[in-house]
Unconditional design. Structure first.
Lengths: 113, 112
């Protein structure tokens, strides 16, 4: 039972264009969402988060959008840069589940010149 | 500026052997987590802890044990290693319920 789903295993985007990574969730109790970036042989690093009381959060080139009715969130990166090539994980948690954070399967983003 | 430190970085075990993966954090975080990442897959939660003396099961706890005797340390124990436990193991911590996780760099474990 996958509670957090990233249905696109990979995405290729041209440098300078917008990258859009998608994530769906099934548990309506989730109220805090995070995006992580992971390079090979390193641990994931935190990118941006959003609470369920908001529908958008922005930090520099990264924006996360949350659509609670659709149980969907997306990460927008604009403009995309070569250093953005990595695996991106979506994660979610619920206060009611005592701090469990559940991750999706990841999307490998490749930025081509 | 150590953050979350995991040792060892790599380990090869024979089937049936046991080992402990070490994790320590110097940020005084209450919450600590163990995840495993299989090739091409996402991160699966093994165990987590909300404070010293308190641990709970995650999504895939079978074959593992944990303890949390101090705020800083959260070791993960494999008692009878199996090939299915070949994976990369990540330890993470965070300060509050609604705050990001900080990850270590992982332990790559192979069981043959």
């Amino acid at each position: 039972d996958q509670q957090v789903k990233q249905n696109s295993p990979s995405l290729s985007v041209q440098e300078g264009r917008i990258s859009i990574l998608n994530c769906d969730y099934t548990n309506s109790m989730f109220d805090y969402f995070l995006w992580y970036k992971k390079y090979p042989a390193e641990g994931p690093t935190f990118l941006i988060s959003i609470s369920s009381i908001k529908d958008k959060n922005e930090d520099g080139r990264f924006t996360v959008f949350l659509n609670k009715s659709a149980k969907h969130l997306s990460l927008h990166i604009v403009p995309s840069q070569p250093g953005d090539s990595a695996v991106y994980f979506c994660a979610a948690s619920a206060k009611s589940s005592a701090s469990k954070i559940i991750f999706g399967s990841g999307t490998r983003l490749s930025i081509r010149p | 500026n150590a953050g979350v430190t995991q040792t060892p970085k790599f380990r090869i075990l024979k089937i049936g052997q046991s080992m402990t993966l070490q994790c320590t954090q110097d940020m005084n975080h209450n919450y600590m987590y163990w995840y495993r990442q299989d090739p091409g897959m996402g991160l699966k939660l093994i165990y987590y802890s909300v404070g010293a003396g308190i641990t709970d099961k995650g999504e895939v706890p079978n074959g593992y044990n944990v303890s949390r005797s101090t705020t800083e340390d959260f070791p993960l124990r494999l008692e009878l290693a199996a090939p299915s436990q070949t994976s990369v193991y990540f330890c993470a911590s965070r300060s509050l319920n609604d705050s990001p996780l900080h990850f270590g760099n992982g332990t790559r474990l192979t069981v043959t």
